[in-house]
Ligand binder design. Sequence first.
Ligand SMILES: [Zn+2]
Length: 386
Amino acid sequence: MSLFKNLLVASALLLPFNLFASAEEAIDSKEEKSGRRYCSLQPDTLPDLNPDMDPGRLGLIMVNRTKWVNGTTLRYYFFDKDTDGAFALNRRGQRVWRSWKGIKADEDVVRAAFTEWMGLGIGLKFEEVDDRRNAHIRIGFMHGDGSWSYLGREILGFGKNERTMNFGWMDHDTAVHEIGHTLGFPHEHQNPKAGIKWDEEAVYADLKRTNGWNREKTFHNIIRKIAPDSVQGSNWDPHSIMHYPFDPGLILEPEEYRQNGLTPTPGLSERDVKWVKTFYPALTADELALKPGSSLQLDLDNGESKSFTVAVEESGHYQIETFGVLDTVLVLFDSLDRKVAADDDSGQSYNARISAVLLAGAEYKLGLRLYYNDHSGDVGLRMIKL
Ligand SMILES: [Zn+2]
């Protein structure tokens, strides 16, 4: 199914649930009724980085800052209480309550999308939980609020009663697309390497008409080029699951899309699969052990992620830190893949360092993603008992 297929089928399915709603509540937003429904990526929370930094280093931080440490188990939760929802204005300007709870059929579409990503053989796992306090990804189904997600690790910045993902409509490719954002992938049509030249006024008018978007929202999600450093790879993939479809008349160049519009092939593209496996390769069993009083040299490519086993013979307070000139994110997990401690020194002059009380006999795993290594000397990890 196409990402933004006509809503007729979905509307028909939803009708029975609207029977008891008032006329006001039954009014859906424009974007859910239009034939072209566009995800609106939520605004970035940009890190506070020194703009004079070496551009190569800045670029690596921008690409990798949203990516999870490989080996992370991401837990997702569907809002399930009657009090989960928000007030919204309907088209008559009236305040109406809209629930975040979804129907099982829609939740199942999302579950299948998680399974599809995991089935690619990546190093991340997804697990559904029924307690929002244990979830990274909290999913709502609020009608009239569009379909959206925050980007990658940005979702950690929200409280347990806040959504990190919403579905204002549902189809398989939309679910795969929103999860793609949560894995840290931005919109492909904003890739500066795409070389798309827009008929900007036509785009503003089209999005106003079809989705009810103002200029600011359209600029953020379509016209704006993502900083070259924030996208991975050197080319453009018009068939990415992260690419919107466009009607004829919106793209001026490349010429081939001016007349015919652009319709990405449904589903994950070859390049989507290649990139997700680049950032999140399948885990191997040859993890190195990090032991108290010892250090390990790191021989990783920029952007690469690796995990290590950590075990102690004596319970106590331990410190794990990197050494050398490098930027990393470190995350220590317990045997149930829950985060024990984490640190991120990207763009800073100090090294990443975590300290935690570790128990003898317990199994821990340390995940590390290298943003940047200036190759000026030895870099590595060490562990000490405090
Ligand atoms: Zn999107």
